[in-house]
Design a protein around this ligand. Structure first.
Ligand SMILES: CC(C)(COP(=O)(O)OP(=O)(O)OC[C@H]1O[C@@H](n2cnc3c(N)ncnc32)[C@H](O)[C@@H]1OP(=O)(O)O)[C@@H](O)C(=O)NCCC(=O)NCCS
Length: 167
C-alpha cells in the first residue's frame, strides 16, 4: 500500500500555552533525565518572561498537534555564534521531517540576524546516536570531542555549522 500523504509541518514561535506540551515531549523523548526536563521548563519560563533572555523557542505542529520544538539563542559573549540548545520531536512523529523543519527554521532565523555559526553540544552515548546522525544529515560537522566530559565514558561532542554559507 502507498504511504499516506505526509501532513504539512508548521513551524512558528512557541506559544505560552505550549509549556506543558513541550515538557511532555521532552519527557517522552526518552533520552533526557528529570533534571534536563526541569531545565527545559526553566528555559521556557525565561523565554516567556523576557524576549531578550537569549532563549528562543520554535514549535512544530502537525495535524493540529505539537510535534516538536527547538530552543536556540545567541551564545553569550560572541558575535554571531548561536547555540541550538535543544531540538526534540515527539517519538510518534519522528522520521517524518519535523526535526528538519525545525532545524531549517532555526538556521533561517540565525541568518536573518546575520549569524555566522551554529553550535550544538551533544553526548557520545548510544541514546544520542540518532541525534548525531540527524546533525550530520543537517550539514553539521564535529568540531571537538572532550573525553569523559559528562562522566567517565560519556564524551562531549561539539557540532558546528557554518551559517554564513549560502546566504
Ligand atoms: C534528533 C531528532 C530531533 C530528529 O528529529 P526527526 O523529526 O526524527 O528528524 P527528521 O525526520 O526531520 O530527519 C531529518 C534527517 O535526519 C535523518 N535522521 C533522523 N533521525 C535519524 C536517525 N535515527 N538515524 C539516521 N538518520 C536520521 C533523516 O533520515 C533525515 O534525513 P534526510 O533529510 O536525508 O531525509 C529526534 O530523533 C529526537 O527528538 N530525538 C530525541 C531527542 C534528542 O536526542 N534531541 C537532540 C539532543 S537535544
Amino acid at each position: 500500500m502507498a504511504n499516506p500523504t505526509p501532513q504539512p509541518i508548521e513551524v512558528y514561535t512557541s506559544l505560552p500555552r505550549e509549556r506543558d506540551a513541550i515538557g511532555e515531549i521532552t519527557r517522552r523523548a526518552g533520552v533526557f533525565n528529570a533534571e534536563e526536563v526541569t531545565t527545559v521548563f526553566e528555559l521556557f519560563d525565561d523565554y516567556l518572561r523576557s524576549p531578550g533572555s537569549g532563549y528562543n523557542f520554535f514549535s512544530a505542529k502537525v495535524d493540529g498537534r505539537l510535534a516538536g520544538f527547538a530552543c536556540w539563542g545567541l551564545t553569550p559573549l560572541t558575535e554571531g555564534t548561536y547555540d541550538l540548545y535543544w531540538i526534540c520531536t515527539d517519538p510518534e512523529q519522528q522520521n517524518r521531517g519535523v526535526g528538519k523543519a525545525l532545524f531549517q527554521s532555526v538556521e533561517t532565523a540565525i541568518r536573518e540576524r546575520n549569524g555566522r555559526m551554529m553550535v550544538i553540544w551533544t553526548s557520545s552515548t548510544a541514546e544520542y546516536h540518532p541525534a548525531v546522525n540527524f546533525y550530520e544529515r543537517m550539514g553539521c560537522s564535529q568540531a571537538a570531542c572532550l573525553r569523559d566530559f559528562y562522566k567517565p565514558g560519556d564524551d562531549l561532542l561539539i557540532y558546528q555549522k557554518d551559517i554564513s554559507k549560502n546566504r
